[in-house]
Design a protein around this ligand. Structure first.
Ligand code: SF4
Length: 294
């Protein structure tokens, strides 16, 4: 029971941190974009976004009315205890957060259109598990809005299309998305695996901090090229024109079938929310992304 409470309380704090405070790297990228934009309209949009972020912190209110659907990434040590209680704790935290923060109820049965009212339901919140060595439990929450989710895309390219086909697909996807995902956005791009693996990797790539370069220099180069190409579209902040359509691109990959070349693009809007914490076996909690807030 003690472990259940610890996980539930930590998950609740993470949801609260994520919906109120943008991670520092995203804030800094938005401030840099504001400083570098030359169009008056683009500057006004970015200034409004930065004011919105400051007001959310000051008033302890979610930064966007769409608090999204919640995805939890759980990295668990193989020797961690009470793992059978974790899912229940995350569901409880989601219910409590919906009521107390509050979050907008965003979980709807696709057949009956009934809203559960508490952001829970079949496969909601979503859970991804990863088993690592040790006995710690690392929790990450990603609240993701509908606007950015609606423009995610996956395409089965021909293997012969290669990396130039991938680049075209990414830029076409950004152009088709236009203003819908509330730019400036962050892009998660993945190739390989099957269609499901590519999309899952692309979405998980959105968790990487913007100021962390890819360790693989070839992939880091591809990320820079995709960023430059996406920003050449001129879509700009909130789709009203400007230099900053995308703040950053993260690329990941999996090995593929010789006959398949799945490619996926996941978007995060400017409200690129994420928060992580580590719970140690002795019950200590370390907040990893929001060290200065509880
Ligand atoms: S796309 Fe993002 S910023 Fe725009 S309404 Fe949805 S959650 Fe809010």
């Amino acid at each position: 029971m003690k472990q259940l409470n610890l996980v539930e309380n930590t998950a609740f704090n993470l949801i609260k941190q994520a919906v109120i405070y943008l991670p520092e790297d995203v804030k800094q990228a938005l401030q840099k974009a504001y400083a570098e934009e030359t169009s008056a309209t683009a500057k006004t949009q970015l200034k409004t976004i930065l004011c919105n972020i400051a007001l959310a912190e000051e008033r302890q209110a979610p930064m966007c009315q769409d608090t999204g659907t919640l995805t939890f990434y759980v990295k668990t040590g193989a020797r961690a205890k009470h793992l059978d209680k974790v899912e229940k704790a995350l569901v409880n935290a989601t219910r409590k957060a919906t009521k107390e923060i509050p979050l907008r109820p965003n979980a709807v049965d696709p057949f009956t259109q009934k809203n559960s009212g508490d952001n829970t339901g079949r496969f909601t919140p979503q859970l991804h598990w990863e088993i690592v060595a040790g006995d710690n439990l690392e929790l990450t929450v990603m609240p993701k809005g509908g606007g950015s989710e609606n423009v995610c895309a996956v395409k089965m390219l021909l293997p012969s299309e290669g990396i130039s086909g991938l680049k075209k697909f990414v830029v076409d996807t950004v152009i088709n998305a236009g203003a819908q995902p509330c730019p400036p956005t962050i892009l998660g791009v993945a190739v390989g695996g099957g269609a499901d693996v590519a999309l899952s990797l692309a979405k998980k790539a959105l968790l990487k901090p913007l100021n962390e370069a890819n360790a693989d220099t070839e992939i880091a180069k591809l990320e820079r090229e995709l960023l430059e190409a996406a920003n050449m579209t001129g879509i700009g902040p909130m789709g009203l024109g400007g230099k900053t359509t995308v703040l950053g691109v993260h690329v990941d990959y999996a090995y593929r079938h010789p006959a398949s070349f799945p490619a996926a693009v996941a978007f995060n809007c400017w409200a690129a929310r994420r928060a992580s914490a580590r719970i140690t076996a002795d019950g200590a909690v370390e907040y990893l992304t929001h060290k200065h807030v509880r």
